[in-house]
Ligand binder design. Structure first.
Ligand SMILES: [Zn+2]
Length: 177
């Protein structure tokens, strides 16, 4: 019999880099504002559901939390809790940023893909990237944003966001000795 070698347990804080992935979707509803990446877009429908429905900020928040293997957005801010009804999703993002900083990490870069039929994201992409960069405290050239239409998905009334983030050890926190 081959003996299993006892491995030294690697602590999470020893990782120099970490990756996080987030995904979210919301259905369009008439008569509410449309917020994507913290930017209000001029459109006759908005994204309903939990909080202000900002599908991109929710996916970014989950990606950040996932990067440090933290609890997800729905656990931290349950949709069933009335205090988060109509809430500004920037609050969720800031809590995720606080948690990654406390874990000793900073955001290096982010990439995202939005999937929605309308409105066209292209004309607003620069503004959304700029807003997300400023919320995360990273340069605009570290925020990727692509928009696709849901070809063949029979999904014309929803917006979906996929996000990956790359985290690096924060220089602000002194390394433990
Ligand atoms: Zn959401």
């Amino acid at each position: 019999m081959v003996k299993t070698k006892a491995k030294t347990k690697a602590t999470a804080s020893n990782l120099p880099t970490r990756i996080g992935f987030g995904w979210d979707s919301h259905a369009f509803k008439t008569g509410i504002p449309l917020l994507i990446g913290g930017v209000k877009l001029d459109y006759d429908k908005g994204l309903g559901g939990h909080s202000d429905g900002d599908v991109l900020l929710h996916a970014i928040t989950d990606a950040l939390l996932g990067g440090i293997a933290g609890p997800d957005i729905g656990t931290l801010f349950p949709p069933s809790d009335p205090q988060w009804k109509g809430a500004d999703s920037v609050v969720f993002l800031q809590e995720a940023l606080r948690r990654i900083a406390a874990a000793g990490y900073a955001v290096a870069n982010l990439d995202s893909t939005l999937i929605l039929n309308a409105p066209k994201i292209g004309p607003h992409a620069a503004e959304i990237r700029s807003r997300v960069a400023s919320l995360l405290g990273i340069p605009e050239d570290c925020v990727g944003l692509k928009a696709k239409t849901p070809e063949g998905l029979n999904n014309d009334n929803a917006a979906v966001a996929h996000v990956v983030v790359f985290l690096t050890k924060s220089r602000r926190k002194s390394p433990s000795r």
